[in-house]
Design a protein. Structure first.
Length: 424
């Protein structure tokens, strides 16, 4: 770390708390963000000379608040000051107020900021973009690169999101217990959406999108610090850690997808796995199961298996069955069928997914799984049709190449079948 790297790291860590507090003061996303940016510029000038402040977040809040108020005062010749209630606490006691920030205020501010970003009036793509910009501080260029769109398009997306939030009459008061629980679920879902944006990628995009996984894990840690006794947040963070730990093994040198069963487990991130396993074990002890815990427990069984053949498929199928009860969906049933095929054979698995065809007819993985089950049952012609449909629905070249490899294997299976003499 260089002499100034610590400043960047300190600002990044303090950003959610500082922006959240400034949003509470000014009740406007643009004003809060501009105030924070001005505080950062002053920190870059002051901190190398004077050293780090005792409380970086409080320093940034105080300086940002003063800078924003000064900016408003300088414009008084052009326009009047906003109403007093729009600028909270305009006295000269900002330093003392910042010094009195306690964990309760911090928790409510952060939750409020995250909830603003996942406002129900925003599409999921705008929620993610706004959170990455406001909470995480990623530049528009970085976010645009991750979403594979132009900077201008991403700038418009974020601007529209801010406008919808500004016109949505979003409450800024501290939420009650019931509302807090609802907000927590929305925030957790938004963080996992960010993770999936980075995880569902291919090797060509990996450099641009993998940082989204790292940022969602950072936000997950932040949320767990705010709600240290909430088992579903433990489960969320554990799930992301256990999945991201496999990142080095997910693609081969040519960019082709490597299935979980074929991955080189020696390159999995063991420290990340250990943290994830400890978190899910802790969550389970609370005896308040939830969907994130169930998914993390499934990932944990994969992580604990020293090789693919040691995987506890019976346990995984049981966990998917529990997840079906908690959060039923065709995707969960499809995943359960894959586990069932490993535990008890392809026949039962195929029977389980056939009713899903109307709902998952346009889903790549449905046809890929169905083709695999048919192949295992020796129904090669039907398997080829399913694989052809999967190729037509592939989202990436890597997915299509994987299915073409399955078709090549079918050709080999057909030759072997033709050369086998009929039983007497």
């Amino acid at each position: 770390m260089t002499d100034t790297d610590w400043i960047s790291a300190t600002i990044t860590a303090a950003r959610p708390q500082a922006v959240a507090a400034l949003l509470r003061y000014f009740r406007d996303l643009d004003t809060a963000e501009e105030a924070f940016q001005e505080a950062c510029l002053r920190a870059l000038k002051s901190w190398p000379r004077n050293g780090p402040p005792r409380d970086a977040a409080a320093w940034l809040i105080m300086v940002g608040k003063n800078a924003a108020i000064d900016g408003v005062r300088k414009q008084t010749r052009e326009r009047p000051l906003p109403p007093e209630d729009a600028l909270s606490d305009l006295s000269d006691a900002e330093a003392a107020a910042a010094d009195r920030i306690d964990e309760a205020d911090y928790r409510d501010d952060i939750l409020r900021l995250l909830f603003v970003c996942c406002h129900p009036g925003l599409p999921a793509t705008q929620q993610i973009a706004l959170a990455l910009r406001i909470v995480s501080g990623l530049s528009v260029k970085q976010i645009a690169r991750a979403f594979l769109v132009s900077e201008a398009a991403m700038e418009q997306r974020i601007t529209r999101a801010k406008a919808r939030v500004a016109g949505g009459d979003v409450p800024f008061e501290t939420p009650g217990a019931i509302e807090r629980s609802e907000r927590l679920g929305a925030v957790a879902a938004m963080i996992y959406l960010i993770f999936n944006e980075g995880y569902t990628t291919n090797v060509a995009e990996h450099g641009a999108r993998a940082p989204l996984c790292e940022e969602s894990i950072r936000l997950g840690r932040l949320l767990l610090r705010l709600y240290a006794a909430e088992p579903e947040i433990m489960g969320l963070l554990a799930l992301m850690l256990l999945q991201h730990a496999r990142a080095p093994a997910r693609f081969d040198d040519k960019g082709a997808v490597v299935l979980l069963e074929d991955q080189d487990r020696s390159v999995w991130d063991r420290a990340m796995i250990a943290e994830g396993l400890a978190l899910i074990d802790k969550a389970v002890r609370h005896r308040r199961p939830g969907p994130y815990q169930a998914q993390a427990a499934i990932a944990a069984l994969h992580a604990r298996a020293t090789s693919a053949k040691d995987t506890d498929w019976v346990g995984i199928e049981q966990l998917y069955r529990a997840l079906e009860r908690m959060d039923p969906s065709p995707i969960v049933t499809l995943n359960r069928a894959v586990a069932l095929s490993r535990a008890r054979g392809a026949g039962e698995a195929l029977a389980m997914i056939e009713p899903l065809a109307p709902m998952l007819g346009g889903y790549f993985y449905f046809h890929g799984a169905r083709g695999a089950f048919l192949r295992e049952l020796g129904r090669l012609d039907e398997a080829r049709v399913a694989f052809d449909r999967a190729i037509a629905l592939a989202n990436t070249p890597a997915e299509a190449a994987h299915i073409r490899n399955r078709i090549d294997q079918l050709t080999g299976d057909g030759r072997a079948k033709a050369s086998t003499p009929a039983p007497a």
